[in-house]
Write a protein that binds this ligand. Structure first.
Ligand code: DAK
Length: 258
């Protein structure tokens, strides 16, 4: 794998997204590598729990790779959102082993969506979490509108999504978006501690527990389809072209609101 590091110790797989010079932004290649790795780890009987984290000091994952998707049209946007959701984000949520996001810095856009598809989240004190997609003329397209709403409720979800703002780790703890906050030095130890406790329990029972808890939300899964359609529609707007161009040109966007 080019963009992912893997270490397995005592039944715990530590998966590190490794594009630190791009703040571990998720490009197609990384999504595809991670998708294949999840299949392998889910089938590996020696692995009992996973920890996902980002390489470097600054970021967990700073989002989907804006440079890669800036030129997509409506159809490509819609298709990619649908593929990404099934290929990676749903797959992660549907794993039969608990996945812990160790959020070691920015978790933005697709990065926060990745953390929210994990089952448990631990953040360090420098973490910043947000869904800034509307600042680019697009909306969260990897399940973020659904998973954030489930985790923190509609009011807080709409505030985060519509302001494109970021919150720090302590605020995320108050919102219920993360389970624990640690110092940067203690982050992996805390995640490992949780994973170790998991690894001492019955794996068969844990797989069933994951299945049962997920079922609490499956009665009304139509929101994911609505998100894909709305996400695709954004790719045809002048605001999307302006938002992504402004990011790449390192300037503030001047939206026409069309
Ligand atoms: N994509 C691509 N490159 C990124 C990136 C991103 N999301 N975030 C950072 N980088 C790159 C920067 O361009 C820069 O690269 P070079 O210019 O050095 O080559 C490098 O990482 C370091 O970033 P900065 O120089 O900007 O570092 P700062 O400390 O000054 O700022 C920052 C850190 C996190 C505040 C800033 O980098 C930032 O605002 N990044 C963008 C955050 C963002 O808006 N993320 C949300 C992206 S939207 C999709 C489905 C879903 C989505 C997209 C598509 N499809 C189905 C197609 C979801 C969309 C998103 O995630």
């Amino acid at each position: 794998m080019k963009n992912i590091l893997l270490e397995i110790n005592n039944g715990i797989a530590v998966v590190t997204l490794n594009r630190p010079d791009q703040l571990n932004a998720l490009n197609r290649e990384t999504i595809s590598e991670l998708s294949g790795l999840l299949d392998e780890l889910n089938n590996n009987k020696n692995v009992r729990a996973l920890i996902l984290t980002g390489a470097g000091e600054k970021a967990f994952v700073a989002g989907a790779d804006i440079k890669e998707f800036a030129h997509f049209n409506i159809e490509e946007g819609r298709a990619l959102s649908a593929d990404g959701q099934t290929e990676l984000f749903d797959k992660l949520e549907n794993m039969s082993k608990p996945c812990i996001a160790a959020i070691n810095g920015y978790a933005l856009g697709g990065g926060l969506e990745l953390a929210m598809a994990c089952h448990i989240r631990v953040a360090n004190t420098i973490a910043k979490l947000g869904l800034p997609e509307v600042s680019l003329g697009v909306i969260p397209g990897y399940g973020g509108t659904q998973r954030l709403t489930r985790l923190v409720g509609m009011g807080k979800a709409l505030e985060m999504i519509c302001t494109a703002g970021m919150i720090d780790a302590d605020e995320a703890l108050k919102w219920g978006l993360v389970n624990h906050v640690t110092t940067p030095e203690e982050l992996m130890a805390k995640a490992t501690d949780i994973a170790t406790k998991i690894s001492r329990q019955s794996g068969a029972a844990i797989a069933q527990a994951l299945h049962a808890v997920r079922a609490a939300y499956q009665a009304n899964n139509g929101g994911f389809t609505a998100e894909i359609e709305a996400f695709g529609a954004c790719f045809g707007t002048p605001d999307f072209i302006e938002g992504t161009s402004a990011f790449m040109e390192r300037r503030k966007p001047d939206f026409s609101n069309k």
